[in-house]
Design a binder for this molecule. Structure first.
Ligand SMILES: COC1=C(OC)C(=O)C(C/C=C(\C)CC/C=C(\C)CC/C=C(\C)CC/C=C(\C)CC/C=C(\C)CC/C=C(\C)CC/C=C(\C)CC/C=C(\C)CC/C=C(\C)CCC=C(C)C)=C(C)C1=O
Length: 179
């Protein structure tokens, strides 16, 4: 039976479409990150505004997220001045190069949802939808990219001496000499 998920994960045509999608999304993240890194960026104003949206009868910002912003993000705004521009830039770079593609897409989702929870729709919802395709596709989304080499390298690193590697298994060879 045809499975769309399997098609995303294994098909060659899907691999090319995902590559175009990945580079497009990556370029969007990287340019936003770069302009914040070079032009300066302060999260405090936005964060205070988001806290203000957590009140009223039908608040845009959910109470638990409002509490997180008020108690953690606002007092540590300097951390977000740094991690948001860096995160956006690195996520963009990872997606463009196809390096740790799935992890980069997941971190991108974390940021999109943080912005959505804070009451900004903007391009976040459409990025979320596109990035879900990248995550479901898994390795196929990074095959035309550094993941083509990085993933097998990591697999080798973590599966050494496990699996079907026989070099550590003692065997008695034909010319085995006994004393
Ligand atoms: C449209 O949207 C929007 C924006 O945005 C454009 C915005 O700004 C903003 C404005 C935002 C603010 C004002 C801030 C708001 C802040 C909050 C709401 C506070 C809460 C926020 C959070 C909880 C989010 C925190 C952020 C996180 C978790 C992201 C952190 C991410 C990272 C640090 C980066 C992760 C990156 C990865 C995993 C990719 C990794 C890949 C690479 C780095 C590639 C590197 C490749 C190389 C260097 C090449 C060489 C490498 C090789 C060859 C590999 C070798 C391999 C080996 C195995 C050796 C809004 C509102 C918005 O609405």
């Amino acid at each position: 039976m045809f499975s769309f998920n399997q098609w995303l994960r294994e098909n060659k045509v899907a691999m090319w479409i995902l590559t175009v999608l990945r580079v497009y999304i990556g370029y969007d993240w990287m340019t936003h990150g770069w302009s914040k890194l070079t032009g300066g960026f302060q999260a405090s104003g936005f964060l205070a505004g988001a806290v203000g949206k957590a009140t009223g009868e039908n608040p845009t910002v959910q109470a638990w997220w409002g509490t997180f912003l008020e108690k953690f993000a606002v007092p540590n705004a300097g951390l977000f001045d740094f991690i948001i521009p860096l995160g956006e830039f690195l996520v963009g770079l990872g997606l463009i190069l196809g390096c740790f593609t799935t992890l980069a897409a997941l971190m991108a989702l974390v940021m999109n949802f943080a912005f959505l929870f804070s009451g900004t729709v903007s391009t976040n919802a459409q990025l979320v939808l596109m990035q879900i395709f990248l995550v479901v596709a898994g390795a196929n989304a990074g095959k035309i990219g550094l993941d083509h080499w990085v993933l097998p390298y990591l697999r080798g690193l973590f599966s050494r001496n496990k699996g079907n590697d026989t070099k550590d298994t003692p065997t008695i060879s034909a010319n085995h000499k006994t004393a």
